[in-house]
Ligand binder design. Structure first.
Ligand code: ASP
Length: 321
């Protein structure tokens, strides 16, 4: 019988309220395991870190992906659960989805309430995550987020609410399945996607648009020779006309510019003929994130730039989504 490996990284699931000091990391990997029912099946734990999302770095999540890559090569490991802060969970999940090439389930989970609060959701989430990691149904789905009884694909899931227990949603697509008691029910499957990334490009800012905003952050990225930039553009992928010269300059100077949408759901698309619309951005040499949100488009561009500098290949990688 195989074992599920639980890798703990921190987040609210491992936090308790320290008198007057607020919630802080406290629970170890063994503490979390000890809260689970004893008959849940063979488990091994490993503490990777005990950090809130806001203290995570790109280097750390890349190291985590390498550790998960190693773990899944062991025959006795049937699946991996990663406990994680919810704030950037979707980014770590998507990185794992892209770079860890395995049929075994990789399941991220966390909590919205600390162990000191009424209705701590950490253990129900961890138990469900272990069930999913051990299940045949969840094989070949890439990295998953399991929270609040639902199974979400890394590619589609996003944190939608600052406090609600059902904060993780896959806007428009919906969850892939549910954990019903001890049963894992998968109703939809996703196409797998893999980039054999061995390193991440370090400097890829995410720049969000709002009405009338100037493009100074993009100019700064050009000046410091960033590797690329994600622009979270308006609607289906549109920028104000005064951004176009700077976007063209960025591309001329070798930055890969990817257009995502600031809308919570939907793809960027070609329709309008005015300055700064999709078609104009395409002519200028921008790449499009398809349906990925800005933060995940950033992870994908960092991985893609780690394997190639060729723009056509990078656009093809984004089209796989
Ligand atoms: N502050 C937490 C974090 O590390 C929030 C959470 O885990 O829910 O993301």
């Amino acid at each position: 019988m195989g074992v599920v490996k639980i890798l703990t990284t921190g987040g609210t699931i491992a936090m308790e309220e320290k008198k007057g000091a607020g919630a802080l990391p406290a629970l170890t990997a063994e503490d979390l395991k000890s809260l689970l029912p004893p008959d849940i099946g063979p488990l091994e734990t490993e503490e990777f870190s005990n950090l809130p999302s806001a203290h995570m770095t790109v280097d750390l999540i890349f190291k985590l992906s390498q550790r998960v890559r190693d773990l899944v090569t062991a025959d006795e490991v049937i699946g991996v659960v990663i406990t994680h802060g919810t704030d950037v969970m979707e980014e770590t999940a998507y990185l794992l989805d892209l770079v860890v090439d395995t049929e075994k389930p990789i399941v991220l989970t966390g909590a919205m309430r600390t162990v000191s609060q009424m209705g701590y959701d950490g253990i129900a989430n961890l138990k469900a995550a272990v069930r999913v990691a051990a299940s045949d149904e969840a094989r070949n789905l890439g990295a998953l987020v399991v929270m609040n009884g639902e199974v979400h694909a890394a590619r589609y899931v996003t944190k939608t609410h600052t406090q609600a227990l059902d904060t993780f949603q896959s806007p428009f697509w919906g969850p892939l399945g549910r954990v019903d008691g001890d049963r894992v029910v998968i109703g939809k499957r996703v196409k797998r996607e893999h980039i054999p990334g061995q390193r991440l490009a370090a400097d890829v800012p995410l720049i969000k648009l709002a009405v009338g905003l100037d493009e100074r952050f993009l100019r700064q990225a050009i000046e410091r020779r960033a590797d690329g930039a994600i622009i979270e553009a308006l609607g289906g992928g549109r920028v104000p006309p005064w951004w176009m010269p700077t976007i063209k300059e960025a591309i001329k100077r070798g930055l890969v510019v990817v257009i995502a949408s600031r809308c919570p759901a939907g793809r960027v698309y070609d329709e309008y003929g005015y300055v700064g619309a999709y078609r104009d951005l395409k002519r200028a040499g921008c790449i499009f994130s398809e349906g990925l949100n800005g933060q995940k488009a950033r992870i994908k561009l960092m991985v893609a730039l780690g394997v190639t500098g060729d723009k056509d290949t990078i656009q093809a990688i984004f089209l796989q989504e």
